[in-house]
Design a protein around this ligand. Structure first.
Ligand code: WT7
Length: 648
């Protein structure tokens, strides 16, 4: 924890959209009169039919419902496109920066509008109707945004699956929401390497449960020869060209689903987080404007992939609803060289730069020179998201990347929350390195102790939210019970975030990380249960337990304890094979960093694995194993301590 305070920059204080005094007054209003506050704020979007109801929410587990602007109608794509045409038709909506630095282009709002209309007409002609689910498995290319907005235009529900996920992960997501159509590319391109997206789709569609898919649309990205199955597979480009560039937007209800996005939880397989239309768009556009203190001529770059919620809310929907210029970057920070981010900043004169702590830590390791050799003079604001940022990385980001001139907004939120909930506003909030600072308008955080008692003043415990905000997820797709059980049972009447937090004497929040069985690897969520089930699906594995461990660059790494079946030998080859197996089953982000052979796992007498002990061993805090008296076989622990891995 750092005690340093960075006061609000004087230029920001003078010119900001939200001053300190306004923040205090508006925050008060937003929590004492949420109806009035959000009814006014929701006027920022265009409604086809105005709403008369604002907030209709109960967090009670036996009567859980979350509805905002429930009788209003709108179209999300019309809000992101049509309404800008009169004043911003020629303004750049998307700056595409390809993996290859020579490959970039600008797409105006008018061009994007036409592309989306054509794609929407194509989806309609292929039989996609309001409410149908469409899987999008694309690289970071403009077609990803076009596909999302085309779904929104006709009221179809998109489910974007990150291009780094395996065929099995893709298949599970397609099957869970019974997608009728998949939009993919021949191959992806990242850091000069190719990703066989279409081949992955082909493999996914051989898995059980995926027969709902009628059509696969294929965007040509690399031009690689790929197998096309008739009549299922169709080329995107040829079909899109034939369509009309006008497509009437489908009016949808505020509470009609906009998208499903799968995210990992503490148990079982990833859940389909469902976001709806009116409240989500209001919330992401408003937070995007306030948190980044958005100006008409900003060039805004969020480095997240559209496969994650950050890409949905702050690459696509928030910026486009605000008529902003948003950068879509296909590549990686260290290719062709380690200065790539800053070269892109200089090339496109980026003014707002938003990335993840893991990227900052990885670049920090390479020293200052690769940053210093670029100008970065265009940047005026920096942001971070995805995981706690350690004060050293914050300071480096501020001093080296921002040349000491740019405020940093550390935005805490989750896939479930739709948009940023705890965050500084650059003209209103003094910052402290490592703290996400204060709640956004309408957000009421609280910290509870282990008994669920709300703590006052400076304290530490579990982070809950005691009232709703319009961007909140509405349900787990197809499993409302799981929604209620996961988020609303632990602390009755409140939403449980799964995070721990500290609040200091100034009322600042410091997120300490997940308190459940979710690991945050480089800002990506992985459930320990998913990695365990991948491991035990290997024929030689009897049992596995997976925990998070500290990792210098990734924030958290994955530490797996594996018990082999009788007669199997824990060799280095088998260790490599199992790591590879998990990559193949889930995707590269789930690769264990450490894999330790465990002749036995520490269990209670009733057979429950004691993860607390495994976590301590993984973080090399073997002097803090705590009470081991309930162990069925205490000898198991000593063996694991002795065999602890330094690195895999
Ligand atoms: C988890 C949510 C927010 C979109 C990207 C990740 C952690 C996120 C911060 C932050 C500390 C953070 C939390 C949260 N997290 N932002 N600024 N400071 N921790 O979304 O995959 O749903 O993960 O990421 O642990 O619960 P996600």
């Amino acid at each position: 924890m750092s005690n340093k305070i960075y006061p609000v920059d004087a230029d920001y204080a003078a010119t900001t959209r939200v001053t300190r005094a306004q923040y205090e007054a508006l925050y008060q209003e937003s929590v004492t009169d949420p109806e009035g506050f959000w009814a006014r704020t929701a006027q920022r979007i265009d409604w086809i039919k105005p709403f008369s109801q604002v907030k209709d929410v109960s967090f009670a587990a036996d009567d859980l419902h979350i509805r905002w602007f429930a009788d209003g109608e709108l179209n999300v794509s019309a809000n992101c496109l049509d309404r800008h045409l009169a004043t911003r038709g020629d303004k750049t909506a998307i700056v595409f920066e390809g993996d290859d630095p020579a490959d970039s282009r600008h797409i105006s709002y008018r061009q994007l509008y036409e592309d989306v209309c054509r794609a929407a007409n194509l989806l309609r002609n292929l039989g996609i109707r309001k409410g149908d689910r469409v899987a999008i498995y694309l690289p970071m290319i403009p077609e990803a945004a076009v596909a999302m907005l085309a779904c929104a235009r006709i009221g179809a529900v998109h489910s974007v699956v990150f291009g780094g996920f395996s065929p099995d992960s893709l298949a599970g997501r397609i099957a869970d929401s019974q997608c009728k159509l998949v939009i993919t590319a021949d191959e992806g391109l990242r850091g000069g390497k190719k990703v066989a997206l279409k081949a992955n789709v082909d493999e996914a569609l051989t898995r059980p449960g995926t027969t709902s898919v009628e059509t696969v649309l294929v965007v040509r990205r690399t031009g690689a020869p790929i197998a096309m199955q008739t009549p299922r597979d169709r080329w995107w480009a040829g079909l899109v060209e034939e369509q009309s560039a006008e497509c009437a937007p489908e009016p949808v209800n505020a509470e009609d689903p906009l998208f499903i996005l799968y995210t990992s939880g503490s148990t079982g397989m990833p859940k389909g987080v469902l976001h709806t239309s009116g409240g989500y768009l209001t919330y992401v556009s408003y937070t995007h404007e306030c948190v980044f203190d958005l100006r008409e001529d900003d060039v805004y770059w969020c480095t997240a992939d559209v496969g994650w919620v950050t890409g949905h809310s702050y690459v696509v929907y928030g910026p486009l609803a605000n008529g902003a210029t948003t950068v879509m970057f296909e590549g990686v920070p260290n290719w062709p060289d380690i200065s790539r981010f800053w070269r892109v900043v200089d090339k496109h004169k980026v003014t707002i730069f938003y990335t993840a702590p893991t990227a900052i830590r990885a670049l920090m390791r390479e020293g200052e020179e690769p940053v210093r050799r670029t100008s970065r003079a265009s940047i005026r604001l920096l942001g971070t998201v995805g995981e706690p940022i350690n004060p050293e990385a914050w300071e480096w980001y501020h001093r080296v990347v921002g040349d000491g001139r740019c405020p940093i907004v550390d935005t805490w939120w989750q896939t479930e929350t739709g948009g940023a909930l705890i965050t500084p506003l650059p003209g209103a909030t003094d910052t402290k390195p490592g703290s996400a600072t204060k709640p956004f308008f309408g957000v009421i955080p609280a910290i509870v102790d282990t008994n669920g008692v709300v703590q006052e003043g400076a304290c530490e415990g579990n982070l809950i939210l005691t009232d709703s905000w319009p961007g909140q997820m509405r349900t787990v797709y197809g499993d409302h019970k799981r929604f209620v059980d996961t988020y609303f049972r632990t602390y009755p009447g409140a939403y449980f975030t799964g995070d721990g937090a500290r609040r200091d004497a100034d009322g600042y929040y410091w997120i300490t990380g997940r308190v459940d069985d979710v690991i945050n690897v480089s800002g990506h969520r992985i459930g320990t249960a998913e990695v365990e089930s991948a491991l035990v699906s290997h024929p030689k594995v009897a049992e596995a337990a997976v925990v998070g461990c500290p990792h210098d660059i990734k924030g958290q790494g994955i530490y797996a304890y594996v018990t082999l079946k009788a007669g199997e030998n824990g060799s280095d080859e088998l260790r490599k094979e199992l790591v590879h197996w998990v990559r193949k089953e889930i995707g590269p982000i789930a690769s264990p960093d450490y894999l330790q052979w465990a002749p036995g796992l520490p269990k209670t007498r009733s057979g429950k694995i004691m993860r607390r002990i495994l976590r301590k061993i993984a973080e090399n805090a073997t002097d803090q194993l705590g009470d081991t008296s309930t162990l069925a076989d205490p000898g198991v622990v000593q063996n694991l301590v002795d065999q602890r891995l330094i690195r895999s």
